[in-house]
Design a protein around this ligand. Structure first.
Ligand SMILES: [Mn+2]
Length: 364
């Protein structure tokens, strides 16, 4: 399907969902008891679709908090609407999201290895490169996302619900609110965790007023008593790489993209008390060539951040990667193959656009 047609579907879905956001009131009398049923367009659009035997809800590969928590809480929301929806994950859950699930006392959803032929809902991504294998051969029914429109196309109409805000969990929370569904304390905790993680505790460049509103909305519905210490615990889990190999650390927060026909990977890791920026950079450089080959990439970049020192190191590998990185960040690379720049908080809002410019210029 062409780009314009895809856009048209997205627009149609958004108009359906947002354009008529008035709540219709249906009142019916049952054996003398007046019962009021609120029916929002979002609810009727979702319940009006055909889910066959059921549908799986899954976030992206290298699952992070937002991907895992959005899939779980959206599957829960759909179950409330009478839809047989089951949450899955697109790979092993480690570090921060594992910590969040353990703290909430809920089990990690099973890993979905192949989506071929299944009814699917994608949360927090719309790129096949980031999706479970076989997604291009699946029947994708909803995409709930806060990234740019990715490579996913469908021949059938779908609910494509994307908002330019800080986390997919914020979008899911707004859907609970719009449909008048009060999340349980655990559901609120999970959505809040995705929001906190993706926005770096409301400090990232991608944070919006909508995220701040739903932060409060979720916090008062959650069972988190001390939000500062809760976030500190999440942050510690994010940078605790106990028992992990360097390759596992590289892939712990990792995404692939196809930009101007060039297949690239971008891993993001934060320095910590345990492992400083220089050492982290050295360890990552050691495994990057093998990972690039294994993933079938032309170029591999890392975004290694130290928030306190206000620094990001960008090691790279692959033919042309040096030129792309130097063009992207307008800085000469060191001899070892690393760019040093001021701290970059967002892969999506800052790093990917810079690399895209770098690739466009390099191709000319
Ligand atoms: Mn996200």
């Amino acid at each position: 399907m062409g780009f314009n047609l895809k856009r048209l579907f997205i627009l149609a879905a958004l108009l359906t969902v947002c354009g008529c956001a008035t709540t219709s009131l249906v009142s019916c009398s049952k054996e003398g008891n007046e019962r009021i049923v609120y029916s929002t367009p979002l609810r009727s659009v979702i319940t009006g679709m055909d889910y066959g035997d059921g549908v799986f809800v899954v976030g992206h590969k290298s699952p992070d908090c937002d991907a895992v928590c959005s899939a779980i809480t959206y599957a829960d929301l759909l179950q409330r609407l009478g839809i047989n929806a089951q949450a899955r994950v697109a790979g092993k859950v480690i570090c921060e999201p594992l910590h969040v699930l353990q703290e909430a006392g809920i089990e990690t959803p099973p890993v979905l290895e192949d989506a071929t032929g299944l009814n699917m809902i994608m949360t927090d991504h719309s790129e096949y490169a980031q999706a479970v294998d076989g997604m291009a051969q699946a029947r994708v029914l909803h995409v709930i996302d806060h990234h740019g429109t990715g490579t996913v196309t469908t021949a059938h109409p779908l609910l494509y619900y994307a908002l330019p805000i800080g986390s997919t969990c914020t979008i899911i929370a707004s859907m609970y609110e719009e449909m008048g569904e009060n999340p349980t304390r655990t559901q609120a905790r999970l959505m809040l965790s995705g929001l906190l993680s993706d926005t770096d505790n409301l400090t990232s460049a991608t944070t919006t007023d909508t995220d701040r509103k739903f932060y409060s909305w979720l916090l008062e519905r959650s069972d988190i008593a001390d939000i500062a210490s809760y976030y500190a615990g999440m942050n510690k889990a994010r940078t605790s790489f106990d028992g992990m190999t360097d390759e596992e650390i590289l892939l712990s927060d990792y995404k692939e993209y196809e930009i101007e026909g060039v297949k690239i990977g971008i891993g993001s890791v934060l320095a910590s008390e345990d492992i400083g920026l220089e050492e982290l950079c050295r360890c990552m450089r050691g495994v990057m060539p093998a990972v690039r080959e294994q993933q079938g990439l032309e170029m591999l970049f890392m975004m290694l951040g130290d928030h306190q020192a206000n620094l990001t190191h960008v090691p790279f590998c692959g033919e042309g990667a040096k030129e792309v990185a130097e063009g992207a960040f307008k800085t000469a690379a060191s001899e070892e193959g690393c760019i040093v720049t001021t701290y970059i908080s967002s892969r999506k809002a800052q790093f990917v656009p810079a690399i895209t410019d770098g690739i466009v210029n390099w191709k000319q």
